[in-house]
Ligand binder design. Structure first.
Ligand code: PMP
Ligand code: GLN
Length: 437
């Protein structure tokens, strides 16, 4: 066979494999996260990119993990209850019932999943029929949009708008990023099926106010829309006056809200990949159908460990020692240290009220060197440069926006600041050198 025969054969098989992808996934082939998460390893960069801590999780988490592995109950190594390991759903119910002002039924109102990501997948795929609309608030955690597409739904976007004066300021707050009420109202129509909210928000750190949540709640009720509330950073809030509010606790919202949590975020152990959805039985019934036809059940050992961790915390839930109460103090020091450094370097921080990311405006400091073009957006180019040339990994803000709204975000990059002091110091040193270069 000649070499030209070889190449035509290869082309045919690669064309064939492209055609194999189900139509609803076409357009979703590339994930920028896959590239960005690998870059710091390849370039030995200080990693303030993907969201995770770089020090040990709470000591009791490790102890309970070991204790579970030593447990003589051999069934902890076998399949467990499909909708959630019994001990875990009971622990979740015991911890969360007071926060939802109701007794949450562990067997019908909780579904344990392979991380908040799978909860999102279940919720989105459970309720969307072709051409149903889903309202997404930008910036949003990047998996929402592809999941809506793969469910054959139509995403409708509304962006939080920074107050004009905050854009110019050397330092601003995530609470300056406003959800415009009339604009939101104009997004709802008879085809709207879902709205997805995320408070505290990734990446900007906004904690939605009661007033904003009430407005969303009223619109959901008026238009008979289900609200998916992604609350994975629920315990991480920095301002006493801007507490985390669960939209499911607002009047008449329990019936139409699915609240999503993550053990990875709750116990600072993202490798767990375990999450849950909490909601009323009539909505959970649909989520269960997607779950049982997808993963069937989640890993037993991890569920047992998380159950024991919740039980441990429940005993001291009202004490300042409880991890849910102390985690924000631990992260607050890191936030303030990093905010100060960014400010000194001329990278204008948007100080987050919650979560563990800081968005910052790098534009005045990158100058005209990085411009958006048909290949890439400016912030992605800058992030690649920073990681490859300066060994500091961050995340571009535009990946939390739809293509049409990149102009709103291209001057920002995201830093994950929940890192040990040594890591933060090294990152700050790089930023300081950049300024003097
Ligand atoms: N929602 C948000 C807002 C997130 O930032 C993340 C990633 N940490 C997830 C969901 C996914 O969480 P998990 O790792 O539990 O799947
Ligand atoms: N939620 C994490 C973050 O925002 C991880 C996202 C990812 O790797 N896709 O950093």
């Amino acid at each position: 066979m000649t070499s030209s025969d070889d190449s035509s054969k290869m082309k045919t098989s690669s064309e064939k494999s492209n055609n194999l992808l189900a139509k609803r996934y076409i357009g979703l082939e590339k994930s920028i996260w896959t590239e960005l998460n690998a870059l710091p390893i390849v370039h030995k960069a200080i990693d303030l990119g993907q969201g995770f801590i770089d020090y040990a999780p709470p000591h009791y988490f490790i102890d309970l993990y070991k204790e579970t592995l030593d447990d003589p109950n051999i069934f902890l190594h076998q399949y467990t209850r499909e909708m959630g390991h019994r001990r875990l759903v009971e622990a979740i119910s015991n911890v969360y019932s007071p926060y939802f002002n109701r007794k949450i039924d562990p067997l019908t109102e909780i579904l344990v999943t392979d991380g908040a990501t799978q909860s999102l997948f279940n919720c989105i795929h459970s309720f969307i029929n072709p051409d149903d609309e889903v309202i997404l608030i930008e910036p949003f955690f990047s998996c929402y949009e592809p999941m809506v597409h793969s469910a054959c739904g139509i995403p409708r976007y509304i962006a939080l708008k920074p107050k004009p004066e905050s854009i110019k300021a050397d330092i601003s707050s995530s609470s300056d990023w406003i959800l415009h009420k009339n604009e939101l109202e104009s997004m709802f129509n008879s085809r709207t099926r879902l709205i997805i909210i995320n408070t505290p928000n990734n990446p900007v750190g906004k904690v939605f106010t009661r007033n904003e949540l009430e407005h969303i709640a009223n619109l959901c009720q008026k238009h008979d829309v289900i609200c998916i509330s992604d609350e994975v950073y629920e315990w991480i809030v920095y301002d006493e006056n801007k507490k985390h509010i669960r939209i499911a606790t607002l009047p008449n919202m329990w019936e139409r809200t699915l609240t999503i949590g993550s053990a990875g975020k709750t116990f600072s152990s993202t490798g767990l990949k375990l999450g849950w959805t909490i909601g009323p039985q009539h909505l959970m019934r649909s989520c269960r159908v997607v779950h049982q036809n997808c993963v069937i059940s989640c890993p037993t050992i991890s569920q047992e460990v998380v159950a024991r961790c919740f039980e441990y915390e429940l005993k001291r839930i009202n004490s300042s020692k409880c991890y849910f109460n102390s985690i924000s103090n631990e992260f607050l020091e890191k936030r303030d240290k990093f905010v100060q450094a960014l400010k000194e370097c001329g990278i204008k921080p948007v100080v987050p009220d919650g979560g563990y990311f800081i968005l910052a405006d790098y534009s005045q400091f990158a100058g005209d060197k990085f411009q958006s073009d048909t290949d890439d957006v400016k912030d992605i180019k800058f992030v690649r440069y920073l990681t490859k040339e300066k060994q500091l990994a961050t995340i571009p803000a535009t990946i939390f926006y739809t293509d049409d709204h990149h102009h709103l975000a291209e001057n920002y990059i995201r830093f994950c600041f929940v890192k040990k002091d040594e890591t933060l110091d090294k990152a700050i040193e790089i930023l300081r050198k950049l300024k003097t270069n």
